[in-house]
Design a protein around this ligand. Structure first.
Ligand SMILES: [Zn+2]
Length: 133
């Protein structure tokens, strides 16, 4: 993926992340401040090891957050940002092919191309537990 596209998705992911944190009323000022792109426009380091910082109260709040639906979404956003940093962003984890850019615009934390994703969903559907009364 082009650097320009990566920066676009990084901004998109950070924006989604910020909104999500706002929505759950959880603001990690230090993290937000350190994730902005620097003046040269280079991708700046992203703090993945947030658990290393913060107090016990923060940790409890995080534990609570990560148990929620929003928390899991946040986890996926963070994982996507991690992939941007390590260069694997936009690659399908099943077939290794490029994920369609329009799909990424709709679901920036997607880890699979649409073909593999729908295959997986069909598979999950076939394997669903049969309910017995
Ligand atoms: Zn695929």
């Amino acid at each position: 993926m082009k650097k320009k596209d990566l920066e676009y998705f990084k901004r998109l992911l950070l924006e989604k992340r910020r909104k999500l944190l706002e929505q759950v009323g959880y603001l990690e000022e230090r993290a937000l401040n350190s994730t902005t792109t620097d003046s040269s426009g280079e991708l700046s380091a992203y703090p993945f090891h947030m658990a290393d910082q913060g107090t016990d109260a923060d940790e409890r709040e995080k534990a609570f957050l990560f148990a929620s639906r929003e928390g899991r979404y946040l986890y996926h956003l963070d994982k996507a940002l991690e992939r941007i940093e390590n260069g694997s962003y936009g690659k399908c984890r099943a077939c290794g092919g490029d994920i369609n850019i329009e799909r990424l615009k709709a679901v920036p934390h997607a880890t699979m191309c649409i073909e593999c994703k729908s295959k997986e969903e069909q598979e999950a559907f076939r394997r669903r537990p049969i309910k017995r009364e």
